[in-house]
Design a protein around this ligand. Sequence first.
Ligand SMILES: Nc1ncnc2c1ncn2[C@@H]1O[C@H](COP(=O)(O)OP(=O)(O)O)[C@@H](O)[C@H]1O
Ligand SMILES: [Mg+2]
Length: 329
Amino acid sequence: MDTKHYLSLLDELDDLEQTEQIWNKKKRRNKYPARHPQKPDAQTRALIRTQDDTGQNFKFTYQAARFEESWLLESLGAFYEHRWISDVLRRVKGGKEASVYLCVAGAEVSARLLAAKVYRPRQLRNLKNDALYRVGRRDLDQDGNRIVDDGMLKALHHRTGYGEQLRHQSWIAHEFQALKTLQAAGADVPEPYAAEHNAILMDYVGDRSASAPTLNTITMEPAEARLLFDRVIDNVDLMLQQHYVHGDLSAYNILYWQGNIRLIDFPQIVSPADNPAAWEIFRRDVARVCQYFGSQGVPSDPRTLAADLWRSHGYKIADHVPRNGPPLT
Ligand SMILES: Nc1ncnc2c1ncn2[C@@H]1O[C@H](COP(=O)(O)OP(=O)(O)O)[C@@H](O)[C@H]1O
Ligand SMILES: [Mg+2]
């Protein structure tokens, strides 16, 4: 065995040991501990599946590849169990960080169709500038509560395997929380129904045969573009009012369906008051929206528009990105 391999094995053992210690500590403290954070290995998973009725019963229409199928069973099994969904019909899109599936709603939901956003396994994710977005943001547990447990905080700080798992869940919890808050505030976002450790269930935009396209693929008349531009900016304004900056807003994250829009993809939302780079991130969001609508015949002055919105909510413009933050493109 070469040294590099040996060291990486030691690292893994270290992680496992820490996870176990944290877990045991948690067990002592908490009478009803959360689910074990460490995922079982493939062999154990296969065994669980053969013994678990839910997994056995959950047969879906979508013909998934083998790896994808077990990933779906693992990610969506609880939604099925709780009768939020009854079938998975097809994959809508495989995105950068997640794949979205069209599902038939279960008996517990009044909608007919739902979208399940299933995150890629955390090891395969590639969140650029992760640290930039996390500044001033609380790490949330699976139930959307702020993490206060010492062991969990340590694991996050030291970036152990368990810590990375918590961080992954925190992104999902933030996305779900943002969707819930914004939906309640009247924003144009899909209604969220439930979140699990690796997936979010929300309103599906589209119909059985076609999913809503993203705005970047749409060409429209300037009159319609003007209306929709105002609508997007109203949403941006509403988000600021709810203390959110989207963080990845552009025509790629706005769905267009029958003349209406829905803003999506919120895991990297930042807090305007608590993140020193928030103004720069906000300015970029507004600039990207203006760029698309500019191409549809609606000229605007992105910098002035962003500054006016920003100041109207009482925020100050910090014309710098924190020194250790990567430049925003
Ligand atoms: N609620 C939804 N209804 C229909 N399609 C959706 C929905 N949410 C996402 N999608 C589709 O899935 C794609 C990826 O979702 P998104 O949340 O943007 O994740 P990613 O981080 O992978 O970009 C979107 O571009 C869109 O085509
Ligand atoms: Mg997206």
